[in-house]
Each structure stands twice: as structure tokens, then as C-alpha cells.
Write a protein that binds this ligand. Structure first.
Ligand code: SAJ
Length: 430
């Protein structure tokens, strides 16, 4: 892979990772075909528009489409390289579900030509890249697959290069982050490096596909374990009546301590999911990783218990009052600050449970969405602005540290449950 201008790259899956990657590749001179099964997504992109919120993405997609360097389709077309960025969720038993990877691999198989590079970017359990190669091989018995046990080169190159970008900073991190590039064979890794060199300014580091797979899972599990520590501390502090935010800021003065922030739980399609892929591969060994997942998954229930206690306190102060008159304000639905992504969001989980209990008396403030999700019980709640919730709610539950929430102060006569530590003071001021 040399000149970007002569290369056609197909990005499979135009979601939170695929679309920015497609746009960045196009901005660096590649001809990009975006492949997605969703006709609405394809139509939106071909209108030079976007269907997700990510800073800087809109203008980039617009110019990529208008310049003719990016085009979306639902029909696989030949390309020099294929980057697969489809979801890898888990099933009810926490086992990884590779059905979207399989569908993507089978979809592109018929258009793969000798010399093509196929890269799995989706976060995957160890062995998934080899499995993907097998699916391609089943569809294309005419192609010699790369084989780590066979010195002869394959007809195509297959690699895993996990995406590592932080939602909210995707456009920047796509270019500057280092990439771990794991080939089924060293030749596969080299070919994949050629693709990333088109747009990555960070280092492109070569390894095996299996190591790259576990590397990504280990990164996100590291963060999950550390957030679990913060979440556990917040429960300990609550029990001991100590301000956890003050405690953490004091502990972090130690030069080798860096405790993360407690919250309402851990969300997103990555950190709340990926550690389970390690647990599933090594259940006996992954004890800490499993416990961290459980600690973080328990946190929404703990927040609900706090709301229940606040409601009980209001009722005990007003025995004639009806529970149905109590109004709860939930601030934030996204899985983290300043994005619109609700996937695996603990805030959405908590707000949904409160909507189940309080119906239209559950007021939701989420500045990044125009309407409440229709598919969940939360639709019985009301989407309102900050001042309405401040005025009408008896209990204010801060769930997401959106920038716009940091600049407002809740009324002092309301009960505040601040899961992110932005409305409560850091400790004694004098
Ligand atoms: N969170 C806390 N406390 C913290 C930090 C985060 O409660 O101190 C919560 C957030 O509110 C959110 C969740 O954790 O609910 C995850 O947020 P995040 O910002 O830690 O991570 P993601 O999911 O947005 O992105 C992560 C990143 N991985 C790491 O930082 C190791 C990113 O680099 C990956 O590319 C991404 O996962 C991914 O796609 O795998």
C-alpha cells in the first residue's frame, strides 16, 4: 500500500467507529466505500449528513462525500482493503456474539480479490480474527488463507487492529493514537500497517492477532477494574459518612495514586462489555475482572436505593402526601458526558427504572437528544429542560456530568443525589 490516492478502502459498519474512520481515510486521500446494512444510514451519509453525534465528524463527512471520496452503499464492492467495524455484543450469558462479524465477513467474501487486506477492528475475543478468516475461507475456497503454521504466503492478508478511540475525541484520537496491529502472520501485520500508515500519525506496532485481541480487552478491563475501585469506595464512604470526592482528591495527592471517578455505573459498548470476553475465555483465572464487572453493574441498583430512601424521607415528613405526587428529576441519559450515545448507559437504566415507578413524574433532562427513546419504558417519562426539572422535581438525581449541568446550581431546598460529584461540595471549605 503506497499512495492513498490510488487505494480504495471499504469500511464495513458505519457506526461510531466506522464512519469517523471512513471520513478520516477520505480526508487523507483514500477512495472510501462505506458499507452498511442500514438503508437509512446509507442514505443519510450519501446526503453528506451524519446519524451520530461526534465532535468534528459532520463537516468531515460533508467534505468527504461532496469531494466524491466517500460514498455509502449496502452492496459489497471490490476494494484494496476492508476495515470491519461492526458491533460485537455479548449474549445473555455474557458469551461474545460474533454474528455481525460473521455477517460482514460473509458479505464481503464474494468481492475479495487476491492481495486484499482484511482488518477486523471490532473489539473481539481471542481467536475471533482466525475465526473470521475461516468464515471467509468457507465462502472462498479458491483463496489460500494466511496460516501462522504455514510458511507459504496466503493470497490475502488478515489482521486485527482494535479501535482505541475515546467517544467525544474520535477524530483526533484516530490520527494520533498508537495502533496495535496483529496479523494472522507477520506479512498480514505488515500489509495492515500499510493501511493505517495512510492516516495514523501514532506508532503502528506489529504483533500477532491473538495478542492484539487480548491487548484491547486488557486495556478496557484495566479501566473497568479501576472504575470499580472508585465505585466501591463511594459505597464505603457513603456508609461511613465521608465525602468520597474529597477523599479521592486527597488520596490522589499521593504521587503514585490516581483513583478514578465514581459514577452511577459503567456504560458504553466497550468497557461494560469487553471484560466479559476475557471472563468467557478464562473463567477460572479472571476473578478480579469478573468482580469488577459485578461491582460496576451493581451501582445503578444502589442509586435507585438512594432515590427510594429520599422518597421515603419525603413521605415520612408528609404522611398525608401521596407517593404519586413526588416528582423525580433525572439529569442525563447518555453513558457519559457530552455525547448522545445511550448504549449500555447506567443513566438510562436508572431513569428507566424510575420512569417505571414514577411515570410522568419522572422528569428527564438530556440536552443531547431530541426525544426519549421509544422502545423502552422510559417513554412514560417527560423530557424537560433543566429549569423545569429544578422547579418541579422534589429529588434531583444527577447521572451524567454533561458540561451544561456543571454550570448550573440546583435549588437548595431539593434533595440532591449527585452520582458524579459535580453539584456537591468537595468537603469542608474552612
Ligand atoms: N467512567 C466512570 N468513572 C471514570 C471514568 C469513566 O464512571 O473515572 C464511566 C463513564 O461514565 C462511562 C464508562 O465509564 O459510563 C466508560 O467511559 P470511558 O470514558 O472510560 O470509556 P469509553 O467507553 O468511552 O471508551 C473506552 C476507552 N478505553 C479506555 O480508556 C481504556 C477508549 O479508548 C476505547 O476505544 C473505547 O473504550 C472502546 O471503544 O473500546
Amino acid at each position: 500500500m503506497t499512495e492513498a490516492v490510488s487505494k480504495t478502502i471499504c469500511v464495513v459498519g458505519l457506526g461510531y467507529i466506522g464512519l469517523p474512520t471512513a471520513a478520516v481515510l477520505a480526508a487523507h486521500g483514500a477512495h472510501v466505500i462505506g458499507l452498511d446494512i442500514n438503508a437509512d444510514v446509507v442514505a443519510t451519509i450519501n446526503r453528506a449528513d451524519i446519524h451520530i453525534v461526534e465532535p468534528g465528524l459532520g463537516p468531515m463527512v460533508r467534505s468527504a462525500v461532496q469531494s466524491g471520496r466517500l460514498r455509502a452503499t449496502s452492496n459489497p464492492e471490490p476494494a484494496d482493503a476492508f476495515l470491519i467495524a461492526v458491533p460485537t455484543p455479548f449474549m445473555a450469558d455474557h458469551e461474545p456474539d460474533l454474528k455481525f462479524v460473521e455477517a460482514a465477513a460473509r458479505a464481503i467474501a464474494s468481492v475479495i480479490r487476491k492481495g486484499d487486506v482484511i482488518i477486523l477492528e471490532s473489539t473481539s475475543p481471542v481467536g475471533a480474527t482466525a475465526q473470521m478468516a475461516q468464515w471467509i475461507g468457507e465462502m472462498r475456497p479458491d483463496l489460500q488463507l494466511p496460516d501462522p503454521n504455514n510458511a507459504a504466503p496466503g493470497d490475502i492478508y488478515i489482521a486485527h487492529c482494535p479501535e482505541r478511540v475515546l467517544p467525544g475525541k474520535v477524530i483526533h484520537e484516530l490520527v494520533v493514537n498508537d495502533r496495535v496491529i496483529g496479523g494472522l502472520t507477520p506479512a498480514c501485520a505488515n500489509a495492515a500497517i500499510g493501511v493505517y500508515k495512510l492516516f495514523v500519525k501514532g506508532a503502528c506496532i506489529k504483533t500477532s492477532a491473538r495478542t492484539a485481541e487480548l491487548c484491547k480487552l486488557a486495556e478496557n478491563s484495566f479501566r473497568d477494574v479501576n472504575i470499580a475501585y472508585a465505585n466501591e469506595l463511594s459505597r464505603i464512604c457513603d456508609k461511613l459518612e465521608i465525602n468520597v470526592w474529597e477523599l479521592i482528591s486527597l488520596a490522589n495527592l499521593h504521587p503514585r495514586v490516581n483513583i478514578l471517578n465514581p459514577g452511577p455505573g459503567v456504560g458504553g459498548h466497550c468497557i461494560a462489555v469487553d471484560p466479559w470476553f476475557i471472563v468467557s475465555s478464562a473463567p477460572e483465572e479472571a476473578r478480579l475482572i469478573r468482580t469488577a464487572r459485578e461491582v460496576n453493574d451493581d451501582k445503578p441498583g444502589w442509586v435507585i436505593a438512594k432515590v427510594d430512601a429520599a422518597v421515603a424521607a419525603i413521605q415520612s415528613g408528609n404522611p398525608d402526601g401521596l407517593k404519586s405526587e413526588i416528582v423525580i428529576g433525572c439529569f442525563g441519559l447518555a453513558f457519559k458526558a457530552d455525547i448522545d450515545d445511550l448504549r449500555e448507559s447506567p443513566a438510562l437504566d436508572i431513569a428507566t427504572r424510575l420512569a417505571n415507578q414514577f411515570g410522568k413524574n419522572a422528569l428527564i433532562v438530556e440536552p443531547n437528544i431530541a426525544e426519549l427513546p421509544s422502545s423502552v419504558a422510559i417513554s412514560g417519562a417527560q423530557l424537560v429542560d433543566v429549569s423545569t426539572a429544578f422547579e418541579q422535581a422534589d429529588v434531583l438525581v444527577l447521572l451524567v456530568d454533561h458540561a451544561s449541568f456543571k454550570t448550573v446550581k440546583p435549588p437548595t431546598d431539593k434533595i440532591v443525589i449527585d452520582t458524579r460529584g459535580i453539584w456537591i461540595a468537595n468537603g469542608p471549605s474552612d
